[in-house]
Design a protein around this ligand. Structure first.
Ligand code: MCN
Length: 833
């Protein structure tokens, strides 16, 4: 069975084609090797004893009964591991120039716990199930402390999560552009909303897992992660082991969705314990552990305020983000809302923009990056408030958008916060979308159906996102301030027989890099993608790399691979020129042959070139033998994908059940490397946001107990709830890189929630509903309908906030401005039907 389409006659031209994924045959025939498949001689198993309390002092931990079992080799607490650790778990990235209050966060708790599920001890023994039983025999005495789970209550500091810090406010940070006060002065109309962007879980198919093996002074750690090199660096900082003595291997990773963009306590604990015991150890996360202690995402309360002239010209946008950090910072916890602030003005030309962020500790699991990381929240804010503004102005929401789009001819466009959108054609993607949906037809059908009590609605999202993390120049200490650089690396090695291996620092977990990167490299060196192997996820095999997140792999790692391949092709041209006694500049790559321009018969295949390259007597004087190049690529700018989405829903007003029956998306991620893989990414991304918008929510009760610890209570949508997607693309190349590519791995997730919620609001507007907070469970929708009907007509914000309560007329951050009846209903009122 051929796994990749190939045309024997054409060796170039693989980029842009929907080749089937090279990785899929092994994945769908059960031949992939995941962490849990790793078996080593003498391997032990681990289980973690976790806190049942959300906030408590540890009075005692009695491990004697567990240790007395024949099958238990060790039980370690936080104190037992203290001498083996040089540093606590790391927070690596934060908004720039901000003093951040950071509690010590040890892999296993010392002295106190701050959230349900925090590790109290590790039990290591012979048998996977035995250690779970033994963990139940560890007797922990905890003295409960008061708990705070509501982020706005936490801001009042009546209960503090970290007594030693004395406040729950971890940091404040602002990103201003222009003068928002002046912008609101100029405005004829001001609209405000309080948006709750609730907490969700990553929920990949494969939970996390780690196997640690320490032998002969070296540690090998198999772990299910998106960032092997960063895990190695941080582990080295924590354990004091030199980086060169640590090898991180990520076998197949069954999805990550951001939840595996982390360095977790189990990785550190297993590394230390494997060294102490001299035996390999395996730990594999259960689903409930994933729900409890793999980091969550979103969880913001957002106050957003927009001002505009009567003609629809937007003059200012201000948002205040109250970010629930959970109990501790993890790798990027404080950075996540800041990522949203970079796209707070969306694809609109808004002269005055300001985002104020306050990061707040609560007694919950940490939040960090989940697919989109800050940008879905920002997009939800801007698109929701633009829809609300359109209603206020009595304007068509799409006309309002068009009026404010950054025009095509303005690109590259510097926006008021001082960063440059690389390229865009926002009208182009909206036009294409409208060409696919027959909006007029829908509107008349909608009106007709309403007469019969059938409520349908359409919602739109015209989005832009920032990805391709990231140019060191922009993210370094003097720029936007994400410390460090986010370049990527690649080695292209051509073997003497003419096939190639590419080593990349990107570390895929479902995106299909083995195919896309092979297409890119194959085209540049004149072979078939089947002959190009992509090696990733092994710190022992390739140069340093930054991993896969922020839809960066193609725009940074893929470009690095392309540049390495170009260097190989360049050397190949010099070898061929020498062999054929021609000038290197006269050698071209065409039809799988490095040949003399104008003499198609005179040429060499890559296999012939490689054969020559490894025999020095064939080479020009002074040329090194071999055919292999390394490349590090640090882009000049981020890349800025964009698009237009439309969601169609039907709402059953008797039950509150929402059904997405049509979803149409036009995305622009530059020229396609593999259109089918782009489509797959867009499908998955939208499905993720249908989950957040309608079903999924991580819920804690007032005592900090997790109410959604499994897939019965956490309603992840199934194929049954997801419609068929209609997708198309526009292609606006990025000037940032030679492939012109932008990212797409998060685009669907970033775009979709405002379109889905907007569609439900559009459906229910005749019933007096003009705003809804997610998730739109049947219970919440039904309750909102009842409340709207009880209060008669739906509320309206008005000119200069005239009819709003006093606090709502002040700055967006100064008080709750949610219209009456719009407070969230019960936390988890329903799920997938
Ligand atoms: N692509 C392309 N042409 C373009 C742009 C992208 O062919 N012009 C292809 C790329 O070659 C790659 C894929 O699209 O195969 C995604 O590329 P890119 O946008 O660079 O994103 P990353 O590979 O960096 O993926 C990261 C992104 C993130 S941040 C999360 S979270 C995520 C995601 O991608 N988690 C995923 N997609 C996922 N897909 C799966 N199956 N599982 C996850 O956990």
């Amino acid at each position: 069975m051929s796994t990749v389409e190939s045309e024997a006659t054409t060796q170039n031209g693989h980029v842009g084609r929907s080749l089937r994924r090279k990785e899929d045959p092994r994945l769908i025939t059960g031949q992939g090797i995941y962490v849990d498949d790793i078996q080593l001689p003498g391997m032990l198993h681990a289980a973690i004893v976790r806190s049942p309390e959300a906030h408590a002092t540890i009075t005692s931990i009695d491990v004697s009964a567990a240790l007395a079992r024949d099958d238990v080799r060790a039980v370690m607490t936080g104190e037992d591991l203290a001498e083996d650790l040089e540093a606590p778990l790391a927070m690596l990235w934060a908004p720039p120039g901000t003093e951040i209050k950071a509690p010590e966060h040890w892999p296993i708790a010392r002295g106190k716990v701050g959230y349900v599920g925090q590790a109290l001890a590790i039990v290591i023994g012979d048998d996977r199930y035995g250690v779970v039983d033994a963990a139940e025999e560890v007797i922990v005495e905890l003295e409960p402390l008061p708990v705070v789970v509501d982020v706005e209550k936490a801001l009042e500091d009546e209960i503090v999560v970290h007594e030693e810090i004395g406040t729950n406010k971890a940091f404040e940070w602002s990103l201003p552009g222009g003068d928002v006060d002046a912008g609101f002065e100029e405005a004829d109309v001001v609209v405000e909303r309080r948006i709750v962007n609730h907490r969700i879980s990553g929920s990949p198919i494969e939970p996390r897992g780690t196997v640690a093996d320490y032998r002969a002074g070296e540690l090998t750690l198999w772990t299910s992660t998106q960032i092997p090199h960063i895990v190695r660096l941080v582990l080295s900082m924590q354990t004091g082991m030199p980086e060169d003595k640590i090898r991180i291997v990520t076998p197949e990773v069954g999805g990550g969705f951001g939840a595996k963009l982390q360095q977790y306590h189990e990785e550190t604990t297993l590394a230390v314990c494997a060294k102490k015991l001299g035996r390999p150890i395996k730990w594999v996360e259960t689903r409930s552990e994933h729900m409890t202690t793999s980091h969550h995402g979103r969880d913001q309360v957002d106050y957003v305020k927009i001002g505009a002239k009567r003609d629809g010209t937007i003059t200012a946008i201000h948002s205040k983000i109250i970010q629930d950090l959970g109990a501790y910072h993890m790798l990027l916890t404080p950075l996540i809302p800041a990522l949203g602030s970079f796209v707070m003005s969306g694809c609109y030309k808004i002269p005055n923009v300001r985002t104020d962020i306050v990061g707040v500790f609560t007694n919950k699991m940490s939040t960090d990056a989940i697919r989109g990381a800050g940008r879905p929240e920002a997009t939800h804010m801007i698109e929701t408030i633009v829809d609300a503004l359109a209603v206020e102005l009595g304007m068509d929401p799409l006309e309002l958008r068009r009026k404010n789009f950054i025009p095509k001819e303005d690109f590259p466009a510097e926006i008021p916060i001082g960063i440059v959108y690389d390229s865009g054609d926002y009208e182009g993607s909206l036009d294409k979308l409208l060409g696919m949906i027959d909006l007029d037809g829908f509107r008349s059908e909608q009106a007709e159906l309403r007469e019969r009590g059938i409520y349908r609605g359409v919602g739109f999202s015209t989005y832009v996102e920032i990805c391709g993390l990231a140019p060191s120049r922009a993210v370094g200490p003097s720029g936007l301030g994400i410390q460090g650089g986010f370049w990527e690396s690649a080695i292209v090695r051509v073997h003497p027989s003419g096939s190639a291996t590419v080593y990349t620092g990107a570390s895929p977990h479902g995106q299909g890099h083995e195919t896309g990167f092979a297409q890119i490299v194959a085209d540049r060196i004149g072979i078939d993608p089947q002959q190009v192997d992509i090696v990733h996820g092994d710190t022992g095999a390739g140069p340093m790399g930054m991993g896969t997140y922020g839809s960066r792999s193609l725009a940074v790692g893929g470009v690095s691979a392309a540049q390495a391949a170009e260097k190989v092709a360049d050397k190949a041209r010099r070898i061929v020129a020498h062999q054929l006694e021609a000038a290197p500049e006269d050698i071209e790559l065409a039809e799988g042959s490095f040949r003399v321009k104008g003499s198609p018969d005179q040429g060499m295949t890559l296999a012939e070139v490689a054969g020559a390259a490894y025999v020095p007597e064939n080479l020009p004087d002074g040329m090194e033998p071999g055919l292999e190049e390394t490349n590090f690529y640090d882009p000049e700018n981020f890349v800025w994908p964009f698009g237009a989405h439309a969601c169609f829903v039907e709402v059953d007003v008797e039950t509150g059940k929402v059904q997405v029956y049509r979803y149409v998306a036009v995305d622009d991620c530059g020229p396609a490397i593999n259109p089918m893989m782009i489509e797959g990414q867009v499908h998955g991304g939208i499905a993720h946001s249908i989950g957040q918008a309608l079903y999924e929510q991580v819920v804690y009760d007032d005592d900090g107990q997790l109410a959604t610890g499994n897939f019965v209570t956490y309603a992840l949508p199934t194929a049954n709830e997801i419609p068929e997607f209609e997708t198309d693309r526009t292609e606006t190349p990025s000037p940032t890189n030679e492939l012109g590519v932008k990212g797409v791995g998060e685009a669907g997730t970033i775009a979709a929630t405002p379109a889905i919620v907007g569609a439900v609001v559009d459906a229910l507007r005749p019933l007096g509903i003009d705003f809804l907070n997610m998730p739109l469970t049947p219970m919440r929708v039904w309750q909102s309908i009842q409340e709207a009907q009880e209060r008669g007509e739906g509320p309206r914000a008005t000119e200069q906030g005239r009819d709003l309560p006093a606090e709502a007329r002040d700055s967006a951050g100064s008080g709750p401005t949610i219209p009456p009846g719009q407070e969230p209903g019960p936390a988890h009122g329903g799920g997938a039907a």
